[in-house]
Design a protein. Sequence first.
Length: 253
Amino acid sequence: MEKPKILIVDDEPVNIELLEGILSKNYQIIKAYNGIEALETVKNNFPDLVLLDIVMPDMNGYEICKQMKNNYETMSIPIIIVTVLKEKENRIEAITAGADDFIIKPIDIDILNARVESLLTTKKKYYIFSYQDSFQPAPGKKDTYRVMEDIVKNHLEMLILKLLYERPMCGYEIIKEIHSKYNVLLSLGTVYPFLYSLKKEGIVNIQFPRGDMRTKIYFATAEGRKIIEKRINEFIIIEEYILGIIKNGGLNA
């Protein structure tokens, strides 16, 4: 299983090396040494969590945090402020900027690990279906959640492909449309990585509304429409085959 990605942002390389040494065993570490680089790295890599220093020369951590939390594509990424600043006012400003947690240097390794794990777990447990809050894997079936997650993921990807086949949409519109039609609530962290992968494959491209360079509209390319048709048809065939097996009792334990 791929390790979660953590972006460490600090203008002091020694601080990044320290955090990397603590976290690299369990997480993929990506690095940025200033605010501009941090925002670009977030855009290109979509990390699962950000550890963010406050005091940096070009753009401070508060501003980075505000920009991420005010952007539909990145607002769901947890941010932990890691700083030597320890006054009450600093905490208040971090919370106001949208930070999810606040750790004071020097770092307590156990507290850092616990807070990182807690935020990543909370993010993972932001279930796609409203009823998933009560889901518990059956005893002895440790992979049940992973199987269910994969099944749900495949169905949701087909819904997104179908919407993009029908008309151009931004990520936020996709979330609203699926919630409206199917009563399914998606997180931004679910939708945007899939849209990025579609763009990378050349299935979709992006355009910007006139006068708005912040909102990305995703539309299926000519070749992408053919690929979408193929994927949806293959998915339907597989679904019908599985349903046939279930109907005939072929999956009895």
